[in-house]
Design a protein around this ligand. Structure first.
Ligand code: UD1
Length: 363
């Protein structure tokens, strides 16, 4: 039985790593394909080393481009790989362009697709990721959901319940595994930072960073907030490419740095007084860690982080941001409970289900 994993962008790596490990333990034959959507060492290579993922068996090296170019490049380079490797199941992760491109190729070749992190919906079709989620889920044969809202969304869209499996959150598997190492590393980082308290910022959504009218006021507020609490801001290439001059003009308490490795970033998330972000995964990680998270988006595909976690949706309401930031500074924290199945064993559940279901597709 051959399982082929497709990864391409930074958030895929921490999702695929524990699944790869669980399937190895269960004796699956595995092939790892890296599309090359992310290619900078700091956006890709460091994650393979840290997360102990083997080097990819196939690297498609597609690089950047418009959505159509990138998706098409992945499809045309991935199709021959599928034809040659003849996997029984292809596992795709999350909501990036690599996810939907691979799912499309497999659906047309009649190869079974399993989507890890299925069913999440922001209900905002202006987000490229929402389109990727909708299409991938429609094309998938097995849908592994992280939380019950995912199951509800899929059923509402007509996906048969026999295909849906609530397994929990694979990214939390990685977090649980690597948190002790991240804590060890943090001791050294803390010394270097020489800060008692700090906040952590990440911003890369096109809706936030592509337009001047949106990004510059946001940066101004962050600059202002950093005077009360130093903010560490690892800058995504998309944001750096567009705004490096403006970022340099901010006060030194807004500490812009290169993208961080997984362990460094995890340690900072754990010990931050507050995290300000537009990422999806960080909303989940902060909920698990119990760190306050202020999300600079109008909506989230991860509502459980609001109802059961530490997340607050801020949108572009700068008054609300200032208020919530001040609350975090004063030690206020939303009550967050343990989310069922975010327990470090989601990948084991996937391995168990695949052992039962990953027979060659009978189409
Ligand atoms: C992608 C995902 C997004 C995810 C994010 C995590 C899609 C549609 N979006 O967004 O869901 O949250 O990854 O980082 O798949 N670049 C580099 N080096 C790299 C990668 C990108 O310099 O290694 C630059 C390029 O200028 C590129 C831009 O970043 O044009 C955007 O990269 P791309 O992969 O298209 O999308 P992301 O914004 O990273």
């Amino acid at each position: 039985m051959t399982v082929l994993h497709v990864v391409g962008a930074r958030p895929n790596f921490m999702k695929a790593a524990p699944v790869y490990r669980a399937l190895a333990k269960a004796g699956f034959n595995q092939v790892l394909v890296h599309t090359g959507q992310h290619y900078d060492a700091l956006m890709s290579d460091v994650f393979f080393q840290t997360l102990e993922i083997p080097a990819p068996d196939e690297s498609l090296n597609v690089g950047s481009g418009s959505h159509a170019q990138q998706t098409a490049a992945i499809m045309s380079k991935f199709e021959p790989v599928v034809l040659e490797r003849k996997p029984d199941v292809v596992l795709v992760y999350g909501d990036v362009n690599s996810t939907v491109a691979a799912a499309l190729v497999c659906a047309k070749l009649g190869v079974r697709v399993a989507h890890v992190e299925a069913g999440l919906r922001s209900f905002d079709r202006e987000m490229p990721e929402e389109i990727n989620r909708l299409v991938t889920d429609q094309l998938s044969d097995l849908l592994f959901t992280p939380s019950p809202d995912g199951d509800e969304n899929l059923k509402r869209e007509g996906v048969g319940s026999e295909k849906i499996f609530l397994v929990g959150n694979v990214m939390i598997d990685t977090l649980v595994q690597f948190l002790p190492k991240a804590e060890e590393l943090f001791a050294g980082i803390k010394e270097k930072l020489s800060l008692d308290r700090f906040g952590l910022v990440t911003l890369h959504r096109p809706s936030n960073v592509d337009d001047e009218a949106t990004f510059l006021p946001m940066l101004q507020v962050l600059d202002e907030l950093s005077r009360d609490l130093p903010l560490i801001f690892p800058v995504h290439p998309r944001t750096r490419d567009r705004w490096s001059a403006q970022l340099k003009q901010c006060n030194p308490n807004l500490r812009t740095i290169e993208p961080l490795g997984y362990l460094e970033f995890l340690g900072l998330q754990k010990h931050a007084t507050v995290v300000i972000t537009d990422s999806g995964g960080i909303q989940e990680e902060t909920t698990y860690l119990g760190t306050p998270c202020l999300t600079l988006r109008e909506n989230t595909e991860r509502p459980i982080t609001i109802t059961a976690g530490t997340n607050v949706l801020i949108g572009r309401d700068w008054k609300l941001l200032r208020e919530q930031f001040a609350k975090s500074l004063n030690g206020y924290q939303k009550q967050s409970g343990q989310i069922p199945l975010w327990d470090g064993h989601a990948s084991d559940r996937i391995a168990e289900i695949l052992s039962r279901y990953a027979k060659p597709a009978s189409r």
